[in-house]
Every structure is written in C-alpha cells, then in structure tokens.
Design a protein around this ligand. Structure first.
Ligand code: LER
Ligand code: MN
Length: 259
C-alpha cells in the first residue's frame, strides 16, 4: 500500500524548511495572511505562486473576531472573506481546507446546542456553495472541549457532514484532539466514510515519533478504513526544525508501512 502524502502545518514562510526536510506539501495557515486587506490578499497570491512545494491543504481559517454561530455572526463579512480563501485554494490546487477555528462556533450563552448546530450547518452550506467546482474539500475539525464547545469528537464532525450531505464537506480527525478527549482510536475506522483529512502530533503536542502516541493502532485503524488522504503534522518541534520534520517523516513512513 502507498504511504499517504506527508505535510506540515505552518505559515507560508516555513515552506522552504519543509521542502528541505523532504515533505510532500505545506498545510498553509490562512489567518496570518490577513487577506481581508486588498494589498495583503495580492501579496498572499504572489507568495502562493512562488512556493517551493505544493500547498495541498490550508488551515487556521477564520480570524479570531469572526463568528459563524450566534447573534454576532456577520454572514456578509464571513462570506466575502471565504470567497477570497476559495480564490487562494483554487490557485494552489488545494485538496482540503480545515474548518477548526473553535472561536467561530462556540455555543453562545442562552443558546441550545441544537440552535448552534443549525447556525454551523448554515455556514457549512454556504461554504459548500463557494467551494462548488473548485476541487477543494472543506473538512470539519473536531476540537477538544478546552478549545471549543461545538464539535468535540470525530463522530460529531462525521454526523454534521452526513447531515449536510454536500460532497464539498467532510470530516477530519486530529490525533492530538482525540487523545485530549480520550476518544477510542477506532473512531477513525468507524467514520472512515466521512473522513477526508488527518492531523498528527505526539505526546505534549510535539512532532510524531518523539512521544508515546500509539501510531501502530492509529494507522492500523486508518488503513482498515481505507484512508488515502493527506497526513499533516501539526505540532511543535524541540530543536532544529528541519531535522525534526525529516525524522518525523521517516518515522511516519515506517509506522504506516508497519501498521
Ligand atoms: C487547533 O488546536 C487545531 O488543531 C487546528 O487544526 C485548528 O484549526
Ligand atoms: Mn488540528
């Protein structure tokens, strides 16, 4: 079986280090690009054109003052921002864009979970409209409960993707958030049909291979579910970043082959 492509999450300026480390792609952060500003948006387009390796994934999607759920949501601003994101995704031929951004979807005081999910589904629906034909899939990221109050498990993300029932929207599994929530690793197999992206880390949210996360089990469940998507490490590195990324990539390739 072929090893999935391996990438690393970070700002565009880290792309040369990722290329030196032999990674396949960068998962590029959107918030630091400040693309609501016209000049910054133009600059982002130039940076993406000049990348030394593909930006197959994008994350850190909405700025911190954006809300998709609750009385403070501003659909016009949200949609105008996301249209600019889609422009970058299309330019980069990105396969996935991650909707984590926990601050956008916290359940507001006095709201039921049901109301909040309805707002979130509405946002996912216009995201799907904007992505239609662009070739990029939006993946709903479950976050641990310290980071958000809505969508805290792979099952939650898969259920919402299933309810929305749009081909442009699927689910993500982040090994770190699953570990924080003590989710059984078999959930990635149980929801394999909805899963379109994976984030990786290791103990202390450091780079894969440096801790005690059970990669044999995690990759075993992904392989049993027929996972063929990307594998993006999202973590800190103690020491030289190029050496850390290179060693993690070697660890991940071995762990995938052995699982
Ligand atoms: C944040 O903890 C995280 O996992 C990111 O992928 C959110 O976009
Ligand atoms: Mn993540």
């Amino acid at each position: 079986m072929i090893t999935p492509l391996l990438g690393w999450c970070g700002p565009l300026r880290h792309a040369p280090l990722m290329q030196q480390a032999g990674l396949d792609y960068i998962e590029a952060q959107l918030v630091p690009l400040h693309i609501e500003d016209d000049a910054a948006f133009a600059q982002a387009k130039s940076l993406i054109k000049a990348l030394p390796l593909p930006a197959l994934a994008f994350s850190y999607l909405f700025p911190h003052d954006f809300r998709l759920v609750g009385p403070d949501k501003n659909d016009a601003r949200n949609r105008a921002y996301f249209d600019r994101v889609v422009h970058l995704l299309a330019m980069a031929n990105a396969r996935v864009v991650v909707l984590g951004s926990g601050w956008t979807r916290n359940i507001p005081d006095g709201w039921t979970r049901r109301d909040a999910e309805d707002d979130f589904l509405h946002a996912l629906d216009w995201c799907a409209d904007a992505l239609c034909g662009c070739g990029t899939t939006l993946v709903i990221e479950p976050l641990n409960r310290k980071e958000s109050t809505l969508v805290n498990s792979v099952a939650d993300g898969a259920r919402l993707a299933h309810t929305l029932n749009r081909p442009e929207v699927r689910a993500l599994a982040d090994f770190y958030h699953m570990d924080e929530e003590a989710e059984p690793l078999g959930e990635v197999n149980a929801h394999a049909g909805s899963l379109a992206h994976v984030h990786l880390a290791d103990t202390g949210r450091l780079n894969p291979g440096t801790g005690s996360y059970d990669y044999a089990a995690f990759f075993g469940h992904l392989k049993a579910g027929g996972y063929t998507g990307l594998l993006s490490s999202e973590c800190g590195i103690d020491g030289d970043p190029v050496i850390g990324m290179r060693e993690s990539a070697a660890f991940l390739r071995r762990a995938w082959d052995a699982a």
